[in-house]
Design a protein around this ligand. Sequence first.
Ligand SMILES: C[S@@+](CC[C@H](N)C(=O)[O-])C[C@H]1O[C@@H](n2cnc3c(N)ncnc32)[C@H](O)[C@@H]1O
Length: 407
Amino acid sequence: MTDPASERRRMAAALVRRGDLKSHWLRAAVESVPREQFLRPGVFLDEGRSWRPLTVAGTDPDEWLKIAYSVDTLTTQLDGHLTADRTGAPVVGVPTSSSTDPATVVGMIEALDLAAGHRVLEIGTGTGYSTALMCHYLGEDNVTTIEVDAQVAARADAALETVGFSTWTVTGDGLLGHPYRAPYDRVIATCAVRRIPYAWIRQTKPGGIVLGTVGSWPWGTGLAKLAVSDDGTAEGAIVGRSSFMQARAQAVAPVAGDLSARTAFADSERVALVSPLVLKEWMPAFLAQLAAPGAQFVRATRSDGSPSRYLFDPERESFAEFIADGGSWTVRQGGPVALWDDIERSLVTWHGAGVPDVDAIRLRVTMTSHLYWIDRNPALRWEHRLVRPGAGSLPRRLRPGDAWLPS
Ligand SMILES: C[S@@+](CC[C@H](N)C(=O)[O-])C[C@H]1O[C@@H](n2cnc3c(N)ncnc32)[C@H](O)[C@@H]1O
């Protein structure tokens, strides 16, 4: 019979060896919190094209412990509703909740620079495992966790109770934070966001830290670590690569349907100076999202079997289509924004600057904007404004006398 406590010690030692786990208190938490309790009723194992359901009830206890203490992400929900106990056969679906791999979990908690007495807000409870690790050190009253999915939140709450933590498990949209228990010393998000919601900064004490993954592609996303200032802004850096499922309200529907109809009329056509294939690499993908926030990258095959690539920005009604042409690519662009012109300019400048990695990127967040930059290079500076520049003051509030109702 496998002993769960020795499995926990084995996993903790492996995380120490990898360099992910450094703090004594976090090692004690990993050695104490039973991850298997957070995987009920079961998990989906990735089989390439489908997911194989595995329930705790239907699995040999030793095998179950082996899975629970693997340093892997374990998917616990597909398509926003399906759990492993609801299907007997492998299924196709998109992961919508999981227990993140323990290396990433402890790496992020280490990056929070936690100290005893800190109050933490976690966005994306998932299974509750990462919540439990923080409760172990900080105490259940100092940890508030928000999960958007009511079923997921209920399961996490039950698991946390089982292992002895009656923490604040809130069901709701974490993009709004949780003002009722603010201010927090630390905010940590375990789902990705297109931009850091200002609510997280507003709800963090000056000197506090906000940690979350920014970007909207499944790759090319980065972990932002920001320190909050007295003036209500936050500044910091992208401290590394990071990949998480997108916050639900911000998840973009994949561009589908007849792509040739969407790109039928182009405003310009030229030879691309940079191959769109670079976008499969992490840093170029991150830069593309900085230069053209809102753009989605689509890979497809044309009817003659040749590859094609697209960028679509549905909000700004713009596209770029790439057509393989011998050893080069032709780019056709349409709509008010020449997406590839903007992205290509950033990529060329980045290349000329010696291809700095993602951790060279700085980020400053205010109530109305995100400013990203690399060094002092004006061509490696991207500002995303929530409010149109020069928009002036907000419109006058409506008053009762403005009411207009059909009689
Ligand atoms: C990768 S899982 C979290 C993993 C978790 N920290 C753990 O250790 O098990 C991401 C979770 O974020 C949740 N989520 C997505 N969008 C959210 C939102 N807007 N607010 C709160 N939770 C959200 C998902 O439902 C999912 O359960």
